[in-house]
Design a protein around this ligand. Structure first.
Ligand code: BG6
Length: 484
């Protein structure tokens, strides 16, 4: 029963006059039968949670792990909230058995995690470090024995520092180093992992890392160099797709996880939908559009002029190597409206009263999770399998005196987004699974521990885990395969 009708019934019952029970019965017969789950998902829909190596693992000096750019950045004064680092984070490196037990309690069928490149190749290239890989083998075995399918991201922002010392993603050699790391890792782990993602959110590690300096490595490259760095990153993805297929010891699925930039129609009519579709291609020209279409849009290249990336046809072919699925990270989006002038759309500036969650960038926009997958599947028909590889929110969680964390705002956020996802899936948009960000509160990059995204509260002093109200909500969603 949906909560609203439960409340309505509860109120009605409380104030109902006493009438003969036969009347009750005939009134009940006149009521149309409510469907068991009007917000149900199809059978086999995959429920999971997502995370990333640097944000949870800790153990930054253990078993031969090399430093990454996030170690350097977080230890540089003034870069992160109160100088916080992920040296310990959730101590997942040691506590993963406890956390896998928590996943079992939640009922998830799949877990998205990332591998720290510098655990496998401490220097980014050269001699691999078997002890680093052993950690992931232990984790994967634990997941499998709990009946949980791992989905693996090869790069979630923690570039080996040794590669940054040679220019990082601004150096084309890093693209090839990434493909080599991918090939080696897949060769070692494809017996345990079927679903592989190359990269997570290009603009978060390229534009924020090499453009606005908000993220590691904290650089502000001139525009032309930044555009070439973007190109190196999509090239790295394409090279890795090919390397993964060649290295896999059994059939695997390859994709990537992208936070596809807005757009949704500000109003649901034909003109606005068209504007949003145009916006989708143009606003993502540098990343997902070139990956799926094998070319940069004319508008992108024209706008950049002399700063446009230099590339060859051969590179475009590599970048657009076929993928098996596309992961979309969805937190929010922006509205598009049609314009008479080229390019035919305008992104609506955010009014200052637009509601947001605890992170000031996280505007509440549940329709994002309906429109983004729908427009992606309508625009690029070759994308036949989609996953929501991240969705969730930050809340100002507090532990009450009775020890509970009642994050009703996160439940509100999730319920609204999942309802819109259900709409998409029931209309035939090919989303096959959903990974909630995140199982645990963790290290939120430059926000340090000041923003909590978990459905499990973590006391970072004691490492105690407290499942929140949203944990119970999500457990019931999974159990019933429907929005509750
Ligand atoms: C996603 C990232 O963009 O957003 C996650 O893939 C991140 O790694 C999440 O934790 C929340 O973002 P932030 O910047 O508030 O930590």
């Amino acid at each position: 029963m949906k909560r609203r009708s439960f409340l309505r019934n509860a109120v009605a019952l409380a104030s109902a006059p006493i009438i003969p029970s036969a009347l009750h019965a005939s009134a009940a017969q006149d009521m149309p039968a409510a469907p068991a789950h009007s917000l149900a998902f199809p059978q086999g829909f995959l429920w999971g949670t997502a995370t990333a190596s640097y944000q949870v693992e800790g153990a930054v000096h253990e078993d031969g792990r090399g430093p990454s750019i996030w170690d350097t950045f977080s230890h540089t004064p003034g870069k992160t909230y109160q100088g916080e680092t992920a040296d310990v984070a959730d101590d997942f490196y040691h506590r993963y058995p406890e956390d896998v037990a928590l996943m079992q309690r939640l009922g998830i069928k799949t877990f998205r995690f990332s591998i720290a490149w510098s655990r496998v190749f401490p220097q980014g290239t050269g001699k691999p470090n078997p002890k680093g890989l052993d950690f992931y083998k232990r984790l994967l075995d634990q997941l499998h024995s709990a009946g949980i399918e791992p989905y693996c991201t090869l790069f979630h922002w923690d570039l080996p520092q040794a590669l940054q010392d040679k220019g990082g993603w601004a150096n084309r050699a890093t693209s090839h180093a990434f493909a080599d790391y991918a090939a080696y890792t897949v060769g070692q782990l494809s017996d345990r992992i079927t679903h592989w993602m190359t990269t997570n959110e290009f603009d978060s590690f390229i534009d924020a890392g090499y453009g606005s300096a908000e993220s590691a490595p904290g650089l502000r490259l001139p525009r032309g160099e930044l555009m070439q760095t973007r190109h190196n990153a999509v090239l790295a993805h394409g090279l890795a797709v090919q390397a993964i297929r060649a290295a896999a010891k059994r059939p695997i699925q390859v994709g990537l996880a992208e936070d596809i930039s807005g757009a949704m129609p500000a109003i649901e009519d034909a003109q606005h939908i068209k504007a949003a579709q145009t916006a989708l291609r143009e606003e993502n020209a540098q990343y997902i559009t070139v990956i799926l279409e094998g070319k940069y849009t004319d508008d992108y290249l024209r706008t950049l002029g002399a700063d446009a990336p230099k590339f060859t046809d051969e590179e475009l072919k590599i970048i657009s190597s076929p993928i098996d699925f596309l992961g979309i990270n969805i937190y929010t989006t922006r509205e598009a409206v049609p314009t008479d002038a080229e390019p035919g759309y305008m992104m609506v500036p955010r009014p200052s009263s637009y509601p947001h969650m605890a992170s000031d960038w996280l505007f509440v926009n549940p329709q994002a999770i309906y429109w983004t997958p729908r427009l992606v599947s309508e625009t690029w028909s070759k994308v036949r399998t989609l996953y929501i590889t991240e969705n969730g929110c930050s809340s100002d969680d507090v532990v009450r005196p009775d020890g509970r964390v009642l994050d009703s705002d996160r439940v509100m956020y999730l319920r609204n987004y999942l309802s819109q996802l259900q709409r998409a899936v029931s209309e035939g948009v090919p989303v096959r699974g959903y990974f909630l960000w995140s199982l645990l509160d963790n290290y939120e990059w430059s926000s340090g521990f000041s923003k909590r995204f978990g459905i499990t509260y973590v006391d970072f002093t004691t490492q105690k885990r407290i499942p929140k109200l949203s944990f119970d909500f999500y457990r019931q969603v999974i159990e019933g395969n429907a929005v509750v």
